[in-house]
Design a protein around this ligand. Structure first.
Ligand code: NAG
Ligand code: NAG
Length: 334
């Protein structure tokens, strides 16, 4: 097991970007960034955010969507990752691992269902430094990914796992924990901070972005290079996968039985981002020092009970939960 670092306790701070929960929107095989128009896509995703989510997404998502599962009512972006599954060590059946809200949930976010916590940081976890380092919002149509399902080693420093025991998150790991975690498995996806300033996307969905971050956790990014000069918010997802009910089916001393929905290996952890903030709402938030946890006055929040009512149709119509003999889509793999 590779130990990356120990993590500081989470302390509430006043002047550092955005942090808010989004409930689960849908779990299905769609991927409008990597496989636009393909329905079903290759593997199952866990998706949060606005109801413009669809197999194909072009143009101004924030202008099209009418609701969002995120606490920030003007954020119609979509955020997704592969879904985690348990692969039974002796009979080989798969079961979807439930998602539970990241704890602690501060700022009146009680009632989030599943989902993930999103961060848009300007500097680090305790400061914004916006006088010296202004942050430019993404533009309508912008999208990006981080990580790759085919990775066989750690390709990006911001991708990690933690083994939860109670409220303790434990050290950051580059791959799945190698023993049962009594509080579940916590995954983090940090996206790159530098944009080329021109392209809303690129053929690999990554080369319009550049990563200058060379340390784990929420540290400020070193300056952006001339090729990618625009400093955008550092987007991060945190997810808690509730693995606890599978722990008794994991025989002591045997390999990690958790797999992503594309099987692969733990280094294949990846995330997708589709920008969809309404109008200039994200830029307004990034120009201020007031929006971490509960202090935000310039952008609108909604109750999670309202956010939870936002839905999209199941466009694939296949079983992704319960005990499955194979991962959805994997028998069609070419
Ligand atoms: C998704 O796209 C299809 C095909 O363009 C369209 O018929 C459908 O209304 C869209 N669904 C949503 C929820 O936007
Ligand atoms: C594998 O084990 C689980 C848990 O006991 C069970 O529910 C499932 O039906 C089994 N699968 C097969 C193919 O026997």
């Amino acid at each position: 097991m590779k130990w990356l670092s120990t993590v500081a306790a989470l302390v509430p701070l006043a002047q550092a970007g955005l942090r808010f929960p989004c409930s689960t929107l849908t779990i299905q095989r769609l991927d409008p960034v990597v496989e636009p128009g393909r329905s079903p896509s290759a593997h199952v995703h866990h998706i949060v955010g606005g109801n413009a989510f669809n197999a194909t997404m072009e143009g101004d998502v924030g202008a099209r969507a009418t609701c969002t599962t995120c606490q920030m009512a003007e954020d119609f972006s979509n955020y997704w990752t592969a879904h985690l599954y348990f692969k039974h060590p002796t009979n080989g059946s798969y079961h979807r691992v439930p998602v539970i809200p990241v704890q602690p949930l501060l700022g009146g976010s009680n009632g989030a269902q599943g989902g993930l916590t999103v961060y848009y940081t300007q500097f680090d976890l305790s400061r914004d430094n916006i006088q010296q380092q202004p942050i430019t919002s993404f533009k309508p149509g912008f999208r990006m990914t981080v990580g790759s399902p085919t990775a066989t080693e750690r390709e990006h420093i911001g991708l990690s796992y933690q083994c939860l025991t109670g409220m303790n998150r434990g050290p950051l790991l580059a791959n799945f924990p190698d023993g049962p975690c009594s509080g579940g498995i916590f995954t983090t996806h940090h996206f790159p901070p530098c944009w080329d300033g021109k392209n809303l996307d690129s053929p690999d969905h990554q080369s319009h972005m550049y990563n200058t971050v060379n340390t784990d956790y929420f540290n400020n990014a070193p300056p952006c290079p001339a090729s990618h000069p625009v400093r955008v918010p550092q987007v991060t997802f945190e997810i808690t996968w509730d693995t606890t009910k599978f722990n008794s089916m994991w025989p002591s001393g045997t390999p990690n039985p958790f797999v992503w929905s594309f099987e692969g290996n733990g280094y294949g952890t990846h995330g997708d981002y589709m920008f969809g903030w309404k109008g200039d709402a994200l830029q307004r938030a990034m120009d201020k020092s007031e929006c971490f946890y509960d202090g935000c006055g310039s952008i609108t929040k909604q109750a999670m009970a309202t956010a939870n009512q936002c839905t999209v149709p199941d466009m694939i119509g296949e079983e992704t939960d319960g005990w499955l003999s194979e991962l959805p889509g994997m028998s069609m793999k070419v």
